[in-house]
Every structure is written in structure tokens, then in C-alpha cells.
Design a protein around this ligand. Sequence first.
Ligand code: G3I
Length: 300
Amino acid sequence: GTTLKAAAERSGRYFGAAMGRDRLSDSGFLTIANREFDMMTAVNEMKPDATEPNQGQFSFAAGDAIYNWAVQHGMRVRGHTLAWHAQQPRFWGSLSGSALRSAMIEHINGVMAHYRGKLAYWDVVNEAFAENGSRRSSNLQSTGNDWIEVAFRTARAADPSVKLCYNDYNIENWSYAKTQGVYNMIRDFKARGVPIDCVGLQTHFTGGSSLPSNFQTTLSSFAALDVDVALTEADVTNAATNQYQGLTQACMNVPRCVGITTWGIRDSDSWRGSENPLLFDRNSNPKAAYSAVLNALNAA
Ligand code: G3I
């Protein structure tokens, strides 16, 4: 394959990117997106604060704009995200206990009804673990430890067609406590029949030696629990070629690694822009890391 998506599709995988609504008027971005990518994630537009700014008042214009552009250009879409400690609707901040729990359920139902049958994946819950492997404290966690499984059960009922993912960062290193915390939750969910289909590893790598040598072990260990895995927000400090090559190779070596998404396309799109962490430079030119990724995809 001569593009990221063509190379990924050789092995039945996708290659995705994330975009904000403002990129819909950025022809440089759109040209690369259309050429290279076959999966799209909205950076902010499908998050709880964006989709339900006021209780029971849903707002889908921004998310739909991204969705429609992506689908019109032959892409699939990952939904991101339904329940998270950050970017919550302001009204969640004045709720707690059973009222907040109900608001979360109603949010999941409302958003998933709108996108029912349309999305490939939903990040149902995002970033619910602390670095030490215990649950992150948050207003949602305070509604009871079962909030995550309630979110997944609600999601399955709301749209049985979409794959339901748990998504987090710093769960790439198999030896890390947070990785083990998430792993134990997924294992428990599978054992008890809580519906979950996939784990998203954000894959925000920092520093020259940041790709854990056991990253592939993490992917295969999650996969052994009978879930798909995906690299959902990949970026690497200074786009180190060996790191990008390694993370791509790790995915290609694990049959249930379904695809890789980078969090933006050009360095100028990145939340870590000063670190130049993406595959294309500010002038839309592919960087060395682009060739490393493309070659790793084609080697499979
Ligand atoms: O839209 C407002 C604008 O009106 C205002 O003038 C400006 C002033 O700061 O803020 C704008 O909103 C910003 C928004 O991005 C859109 O650019 C928010 O402040 C800013 O906090 C928000 O950041 C987003 C961040 O999530 C918030 O948590 C990033 O774009 C987005 O890339 C980032 O994505 C997260 C994933 O969802 C989860 N994993 C980590 C990843 C990176 O942080």
C-alpha cells in the first residue's frame, strides 16, 4: 500500500486520525485525511459537554459535521467519548449520587440513540483509572464503583451494533500498575458478562525511550481476554521513527489489534504541537516517521 489506509487495509486494519470541527475548512488537512485515513475520531465534538450542554438538550451539529464529512469520504467513525471525569456538561457538576448516575445513563441513551447504527466504535468510558491502578476519584466514581459496568450495559442496550471500548492512557506498559488495574477490570467484566468489546490504548508516548518493550505483551494480554485492542490517540515526542515503527509493529503482530489512530494529522493539529509528535509536518509533508509506519504496515 502506498498510503497509510491502503497499507493497513492489507491486513484488515484501519488507520485513523482525529479532527476538530475547525479542520472542515482546512483544505490542507482534508486533503491528507482523505488520501491517507479510513477512520475518524472527533477530538472534542462528541464529548459529554459538547453533546449535552444542558440537561436533556442534546447538541449534535458539531459531531455530525465531522461524522458526515468522514462518511462521505469513505471513512468509518470512532465515537469519543460518553462518560469521563473531564469535559463534562456543567450541570453534571451540580449533581451527585443517584441523580448524577441517572444523568450519565440518560446521556449515554441520548447520544447513542442519535448515532445508533452509525459508528464503528464508542469509547464508552474514558480514563477512569489512576496511575496507581485504583479507580480515579471523580464525581462519577463517587456514584458507586459499578458506574463503569452500568455505562457499558446501558451502551449495549442503546446500540447493539457498535463495538464498546474502554479507553485510557499510560496502559501501554505491561509492568505498570495502571495497566494491571485496567486489565483486571476487563477480566472481571468478561467473567461476569458485562458487555465490552475493546480496549483503546491512547499511546501518547513521550521521550526517546518511551515505547515499552513489553507493549506487544500488553496488547496480546488484553486480546487474550477476548477483546479487540486499538491504538486510539497515538503521538510520539518528536515523532521518533523507532517508536512509531515499534508501536505499529506491535499492533501488526497482534491479530486482534484492529487499527491505529493518530491524535491529529500534522504537527500543527496536535495538542502537543511544540513536540512535533505527528506523522506530517506543518507544511503537510510526510515525515520520516510516516515512512517507518507505512513500511511496518506493509511488512505484515
Ligand atoms: O473552544 C474553546 C475556545 O472557544 C476557547 O477560546 C479556548 C481557550 O482555551 O478553548 C477552546 O476549548 C479548548 C478545546 O480543546 C478546543 O480547542 C479547551 O480549552 C481545551 O481544554 C480542549 O482540549 C482538548 C482536551 O482533550 C481536553 O481534555 C484537546 O483539544 C483534545 O485534543 C484533548 O483530547 C484528549 C482526549 O479526549 C483524551 N485523551 C487525551 C487527549 C489529549 O489531552
